[in-house]
Design a protein around this ligand. Structure first.
Ligand code: NAD
Length: 502
């Protein structure tokens, strides 16, 4: 199930730097001594480092280390956990630029448009969950003077956090500080395609945490990932990745009644009403915001990308022309270049998948191309680079409108009334995010409320905000992250205590 060709090398001579795993406070190779080369997404000929190819024995070591650290970590006053998280936030802030550069190399996400915001979000998430560490608390029942009836929000124990490659730091930030603030210990499994930022983050965290509270394993999903999901001493699996792997993870972890949360794929609708595009200035501002919602600046490799664009027929031509013009102006280039808007696609498999979808889209009857820049890229780039593609006059039943492409591809579909737009928006097995564009309050909120998605944005297309509820409906997932409420539900269990007094 891995997205990388599974090759490993033995721990013999190489000039490539070794980036070992963090287990129980120690930086260690895999038990079997195997390694995986990590190449730079934006410069495929550059091997950045090699990381251990962890397997079952490594997962077991990490879970044992996390289990050993759990009693001490859960027992302390919340202020101690809070102080640790806030110190980590400060240290991550000091290292933010280094983390951003590493993100650009590791993931191919452009430094200015993506990598820096991601490392800043990580800092903000540690600060937020440090700040609310005292809020993981229970309630009292007014059961009369002779009774004390209260609940405790107790940590679950050992949390395995399984991460994807598209925004590793941000997604590690959705899980790690929340789980730690609640008193859990953590084993992170970094994605095989982009593990280095997670190891760097762990190096910083480790300065402020007792040994074993945070552990990181590296390797393939089918090996070390699977071993974590099956491990009887993992109390919760917090998985972010594809719906296909998520289903397998849920059934495997569910078999042993583990707690599970899933942040999976999406095919998010974006609905433009005429009231959002009344004149040329509005259309121009709308197009800029729509561009943000497409996540083209992350090569479309975003689970919340607004990848189905429903535009009212009254404004269809104007809106599409404006979005296409802005997308065409985006600069595809080396992720480390400050002028780059769109960086590199993560690997060959992903690149081929995107281009298969584009070929499929082009073969549809009646399709039009509002923008065809897939191969419109500068010379001399050493990686899988791709410009944006916008299909027009699409149909919601086409594969490119139903399946997650995870690339810079948008399909625009005209509609003529609100009910029709909402029906098409909801005609999807996904339900992660949605975007509504309208300057009519009733129209905007009626649409937002009727859409079957875990997160709806009105008249804006940016990313997650610290503290908001974040998670999917339908096959986009189970559970909520980023918010305090989501963390309470996701990383604690409730114990009721009834005491007779006197
Ligand atoms: P993926 O499902 O291939 O892999 C995700 C992680 O799971 C990786 O670390 C991988 O090694 C691991 N894994 C694979 N097989 C496993 C197994 N059998 N047991 C345990 N772990 C296993 O996903 P990806 O290609 O890394 O990421 C892209 C996908 O992630 C897209 O579908 C995207 O929509 C989704 N995603 C969702 C969110 C969200 O918040 N909802 C955020 C980012 C990405």
């Amino acid at each position: 199930m891995s997205s990388t060709t599974e090759q490993s090398t033995t721990a013999t001579a190489t000039e490539v730097a070794e980036a070992p795993m963090l287990i129980g406070g120690q930086w260690v190779p895999a038990v079997a001594g195997e390694w995986i080369d990590v190449v730079s997404a934006g410069e495929r000929s550059a091997t950045l480092a090699r990381v251990p190819r962890g397997r079952e024995a490594d997962a077991d070591r990490a879970v044992k280390a996390a289990r050993a650290a759990f009693p001490g970590w859960r027992a302390v006053h919340f202020k101690e956990r809070q102080q640790a998280l806030l110190k980590i936030a400060d240290a991550l802030a000091d290292a933010a630029e280094e983390l951003a550069v590493l993100t650009a190399k590791d993931t191919g996400n452009a430094i200015r448009t993506q990598a820096r915001p991601e490392s800043q979000t990580l800092v903000d998430l540690f600060r937020y969950f440090g700040g609310v560490a005292g809020e993981f608390k229970g309630v009292n029942l007014p059961a009369g003077d002779g009774q004390l009836q209260y609940t405790r929000r107790e940590p679950l124990g050992v949390v395995a956090g399984i991460l994807p490659w598209n925004s590793p730091l941000m997604i590690a930030g959705f899980k790690t500080p929340a789980a730690l603030a609640a008193g859990n210990t953590v084993v992170l499994k970094a994605a095989e395609d982009a593990p280095l930022t997670i190891l760097k983050m762990a190096e910083i965290c480790q300065q402020f945490l007792p040994d074993g509270v945070l552990n990181v394993v590296t390797g393939y999903g089918t090996e070390v990932g699977e071993a974590l999901v099956q491990h009887p001493d993992v109390d919760k699996v917090s998985f972010t990745g594809s719906t296909r792997v998520g289903k397998h993870v849920a059934s495997t972890a569910g078999e042993r009644i583990s707690h599970i949360s899933l942040e999976l794929g999406g095919k998010s609708p974006s609905i433009v009403f005429p009231s959002a595009a009344r004149d040329a200035d509005q259309v121009d501002a709308l197009a800029s915001n729509l561009l943000l919602s497409t996540r083209f600046a992350r090569q479309g490799q975003s689970c919340t990308a607004g990848s189905r664009l429903f535009v009212h027929t009254d404004v269809y031509d104007d809106v599409l022309a404006a979005v296409a013009a802005k997308a065409k102006a985006m600069k595809v280039g080396n992720p480390l270049d400050e002028s780059t808007d769109m960086g590199a696609i993560i690997n060959q498999k992903q690149f081929d998948q995107i281009n298969n979808y584009i070929a499929d889209g082009k073969s549809q009857k009646g399709v039009e191309l509002a923008l065809d820049c897939a191969l419109d890229i500068p010379d001399g780039l050493d990686g899988f680079y791709q410009g944006p593609t916008i299909f027009s006059m699409g149909d919601n039943s086409w594969r490119i409108a139903r399946e997650e492409i995870f690339g810079p591809v948008l399909v625009a579909i005209p509609f003529s009334d609100r009910d029709e737009a909402i029906r098409m928006a909801n005609d999807s097995h996904y339900g992660l995010a949605a975007f509504v564009w309208s300057n009519d309050l009733t129209e905007a909120l009626d649409t937002a409320h009727r859409i079957e998605s875990g997160w709806v944005q009105v008249n804006q297309g940016g990313g997650q905000v610290i503290g908001q509820a974040y998670g999917g409906y339908k096959t986009s997932g189970i559970g909520r992250e980023v918010s305090l409420e989501g963390a309470m539900d996701g990383f604690t269990q409730v114990k009721q205590i009834n005491v007779k007094i006197g």
